[in-house]
Design a protein around this ligand. Structure first.
Ligand code: KIV
Ligand code: ZN
Length: 385
């Protein structure tokens, strides 16, 4: 099994979600939970972007010991200096420098020729190397860049001292097959690529961020970047909990492992949802409220006989206490009877039939029958008998 590193950017790219603004104490709380979750690297922020971000990165850097703490910087000296100052107290500091490589970004945003972009990238990585051992360099908008140009610039930034090369799908434009091919191409074309770690960073504009990340790993990426609950700019980033659980559940197919403590998944997700105010959709994979709920009678019956009939992930694996049988109009007698056990009430066959009939009547009026509803039905039956 090869070990894939997990780079969490909830506190940087995730915090760029519209409407999200975490304060220093909240960021520290999330950072501590990410450390417990076992992320290899956490991007704590972009210190040059604001005084608040600088202070927050500084505090996280001096608190977190087991994960490498990373600061983002543009390819300019002042950003690199500010990141260096913010990370001074860190046990395992690293800088992440990004510079766009796609024609559209180079022409309109940077107003630089490809040659100037290479020169800037090389100079800034060399400048950072005087301060940092670990340097990640990102080719922003890599998936809309010319592949030969990418190979050329990557070779040069590695010579200048980069230790991780990241190929972001900045606008969520790529597809699994294409992104996989890009990684393979870079692995096969860049002569010094084996000296560095290769990273993927996917956005979810077309809903393919997780699939794209897995395709990258299959084709040579040794690090996956993403956020908890998939929060981030626009449609968000790759949801890390989905990537790691997919690799784990399909370890028969993917020979990769991560160092994450999966039992902390739900706790991490809940904390991020609570502090960002970005609540998770009920049907979200792995951590959504319905991910371990079963409503149809056939499914409920199957799960009661053997959970593996309709569950490929055990709730315990990701720190969810148990699955739930959602009692609604599709539920059958077996699930209903099982639920009644929780109330500790013994019913005769006749009482059970009456209770089940009343429950079915109620499901035509309500989407979900709650414990209170069931209790009322049971009390009515017991008082009548
Ligand atoms: O999506 C992106 O390109 C980024 C960079 C800063 C790496 O987040
Ligand atoms: Zn991003």
């Amino acid at each position: 099994m090869s070990r894939i590193k997990i780079f969490d950017t909830t506190l940087r790219d995730g915090e760029q979600s519209p409407g999200v603004n975490l304060n220093k104490a909240e960021k520290l709380e999330i950072a501590k939970q990410l450390e417990k979750y076992g992320v290899d690297r956490m991007e704590a922020g972009f210190p040059a972007s604001s005084k608040g971000d600088f202070e927050s990165v500084k505090q996280i850097a001096s608190t977190i010991k087991n994960s490498s703490v990373i600061a983002l910087a543009r390819a300019v000296k002042s950003d690199i200096d500010t990141a260096y100052e913010a990370l001074k107290g860190a046990e395992k500091p690293a800088i992440h420098i990004f510079l766009a490589t796609s024609p559209i970004h180079m022409t309109y945003k940077l107003k630089k020729s490809p040659e100037q972009v290479i020169e800037t990238a090389v100079n800034m990585v060399a400048y950072a190397k005087e301060r940092f051992d670990e340097i990640e360099w990102s080719a922003e908008d890599a998936t809309r860049s010319d592949w030969n140009f990418l190979a050329q610039i990557i070779e040069k930034v590695i010579e200048a001292g980069a230790t991780v090369i990241n190929l972001p799908d900045t606008v969520g434009y790529t597809t699994p097959e294409e992104y996989g091919k890009l990684f393979r191409f870079i692995k096969e074309t860049v002569s010094n690529i084996d000296q560095v770690a290769l990273s993927c960073h996917c956005h979810n504009d077309l809903g393919m961020a997780v699939a794209n990340s897995i395709a990258a790993v299959e084709n040579g990426a040794t690090q996956v970047e993403g956020t908890i609950n998939g929060i981030g700019e626009r449609a968000g980033n790759a949801a890390l909990e989905e990537v790691v659980v997919a690799l784990k559940i399909r370890s028969d197919y993917y020979p990769f492992e991560t160092g994450l403590n999966l039992k902390e998944t739900k706790r991490t997700s809940d904390l991020v949802a609570k502090l960002t105010g970005m609540y998770v959709q009920a049907n979200k994979a792995v951590i959504g409220r319905n991910a371990f709920s079963h409503e149809s009678g056939i499914h409920q019956d199957g799960v009661l006989k053997n959970t593996e009939t309709y569950e490929i992930i055990t709730p315990e694996m990701v720190g969810v206490s148990s699955n739930t049988l959602f009692l609604g109009k599709h539920s059958g007698r077996h699930a209903f009877k099982d639920k009644l056990k929780e109330f500790g009430v013994e019913l005769s066959e006749k009482e059970l039939k009456t209770a089940f009939d009343q429950f079915k009547l109620l499901t035509d009026q309500k989407k979900e029958v709650t414990d209170d509803d069931l209790y009322t039905i049971l009390m009515d039956i017991k008082t009548d008998s």
